[in-house]
Design a protein around this ligand. Sequence first.
Ligand code: NAD
Length: 350
Amino acid sequence: MRVGVVGLKRGLYLAAWCGRLGMDVVAACDRDAGRHAEARELLPGAVITDDWRELLEQRLDGVVLANDFDEHAPLAIAFLERGVHILSEAAACRDEAEGRRLIEAVERSSASYSFAENYVLHPHVRLIRQAADGGELGRITLVEADYLHGMSPEQVTALTGDPAHWRGRIAATAYCTHTLSPALALTGAWPVEVSAFSVDEAEPRAAVALVVRLSSGALAITRHGFLQGEPGSHWSWVSARGTKALAESARGPAQRSWSVRFQAEGWTQADGALREEERTPPPLRVGGKTVERGAEGDVLLLEGFRATVERGEPPLVPVRPAVAATLVGVAGATSLDEGSRPVRVPDVRG
Ligand SMILES: NC(=O)c1ccc[n+]([C@@H]2O[C@H](COP(=O)([O-])OP(=O)(O)OC[C@H]3O[C@@H](n4cnc5c(N)ncnc54)[C@H](O)[C@@H]3O)[C@@H](O)[C@H]2O)c1
């Protein structure tokens, strides 16, 4: 499978994994020539360029879009028009109109769109999904999900302080897909309405909480941004309460936070006894080696992309849920600007 990559920071990491998983990374692009040397070293034989349009001419089967957060859709549409399969990082689109153009482009194209949402594939989220899909939790009524970074004020400023960089220019609510996508995957529901709050009015951009009504009637409460006490499990903590049981990431030091605590009350059990246990996900192995926990989501994401491109399997996260999760952040920005009032999330179910 011939793969191209745009954006050589996160993109170079994914390109290296593509190579390890047996894909052929034949072209890579970054508009910053300072990033080319490392790419040349890691991707010998690949065409390296500073203009992504050159990748349109490279007879690619698939392209990984890891360029700026708020600029993925125009590239995705251009590659889809050439019949090139897409694996796109978040966000899927800037606003509703662009999201609808992206959906139309996917529907017109012979190629597919996969959202690069590794957060639905991390070990703890897979364990909770398994329990939800197997009916163990009952109907899910409340999902809580965090994507939080515990950094010093200096580190946060270094990362987000430049208004010209995407991390400095996007709305405080925008980076919501790593919490919303797990909530949608666990419930099989769609976002309907969102109210957004700054966690700290003295530092309104640092972290936000979103309260999202889902189409199943359940509520999702998500937090993302910069708060102390980040979880060791790739900054992700997820909890799902169902009508029969609770499953949530263990709060604990690094390795333990990939595990999941299950609790079913006595009244739900035939013997009337409370069931409580902690489950640790089995290791993932590739080429005889155990994959580091934090990379499991990326490996499964890339293997899923390959299955879609080579065998026509459905994308792990297709375009409509990708756009829906993204638009929660867009509607959330309006809510935040307007006193945290509830704002409808556009319905993109089709
Ligand atoms: N899923 C994850 O775990 C994860 C982790 C990190 C980043 N990301 C996502 O990946 C994307 C990139 O993040 P990053 O941390 O690598 O950002 P970054 O700003 O550090 O790097 C982006 C790179 O893309 C290049 N670029 C941007 N637009 C381009 C264009 N039009 N043509 C060519 N090159 C272009 C930039 O020069 C830069 O080198 C973002 O959408 C981010 O949300 C996802």
